[in-house]
Design a protein around this ligand. Structure first.
Ligand code: ADP
Ligand code: MG
Length: 249
């Protein structure tokens, strides 16, 4: 991969953020191709979550650039970054427990500005079609009328992924999506991510190496705010630097 390639959907270069002098992300570069699934791994405190915070505008970079579809994100508001096609899932699902699966997806449909506004508008065929399509993708088509509070932990995670998918982001970022999931749910989540990369680029942080092996096109290993190693899972797994700081433990 060459940084001069214009085919990257996301090009992060020289990204640095300093918290009171501590560089949580330090001169990081990352290049994603359209439709790839990239997984970031690395020890706790390596700066993985902070990279996602920087891309989605939750945290401001001290230095460096984040180009997405040719646009610079590093000075854009969080809201504008979402509008430009970046979806971010946090570690804890932020679904509406009191609403049904259908309603959670419906309020996330781009036309629904707020919970109140979205519930007030007429459910036209377009919204229903979009909700049903996403519900099938996230394995919840039989549970559309179920209150979200009654879903399993894994189903709640899928619902939140669905709430992002219905906004049709070009880049979907997921922070430890299978934490707390059963083995069966992990397998289905891998299947889900494989399906959605037909239309989306996916950037995932994950520790579960079985899951990483199931989904990753390429893996980026972070350590102390920097890229320690990058390539296929096989390649990074056999990198002595990676074994020393991460896999050896
Ligand atoms: P990871 O996700 O790889 O476990 P993080 O990105 O959460 O790591 O954190 C990297 C480092 O940056 C940690 O030492 C963490 O304490 C620190 N850090 C993250 N966010 C902030 C913040 N807003 N202010 C100060 N320090 C932070
Ligand atoms: Mg983290």
């Amino acid at each position: 991969m060459s940084p001069s390639n214009n085919d990257f959907i996301l090009s992060v270069e020289g990204l640095t953020v300093s918290f009171d002098g501590f560089k949580a992300v330090n001169d990081m570069s990352l290049y994603l191709e359209p439709q790839e699934i990239r997984v970031i791994i690395g020890p706790n405190g390596a700066g993985k979550t902070t990279v996602l915070d920087l891309i989605c505008g939750k945290t401001r970079a001290t230095e460096g650039s984040i180009k997405f579809k040719g646009k610079e994100l590093s000075k854009m508001s969080e809201h504008k970054i979402v509008r430009s096609g970046v979806g971010r899932k946090f570690q804890n699902p932020s679904i509406y427990e009191d609403l049904t699966v259908f309603e959670n997806l419906e309020v996330s449909f781009p036309r629904g500005r707020s919970v109140m506004g979205a519930l007030a508008f007429k459910r036209d065929a377009e919204v229903i079609g979009a909700v049903e399509e996403v519900a099938r993708t996230i394995f919840l088509e039989e549970l559309l009328d179920q209150p979200a509070a009654l879903l399993s932990h894994g189903q709640k995670q899928w619902l939140e992924i669905g709430m992002l998918l219905i906004q049709k982001p070009d880049l979907l970022m997921l922070d430890e999506p299978v934490a707390g999931m059963s083995v069966a749910e992990r397998k289905k989540t891998a299947e889900l991510l494989r399906v959605i990369t037909k239309n989306h680029t996916v950037l995932v942080i994950e520790h579960d190496m079985q899951f990483v092996g199931d989904i990753a096109d390429r893996v980026t290993v972070m350590h102390q705010g920097k890229v320690l190693s990058e390539g296929s899972l096989e390649k990074v797994k056999s990198d002595p630097k990676v074994i020393e700081v991460y896999l050896g433990h």
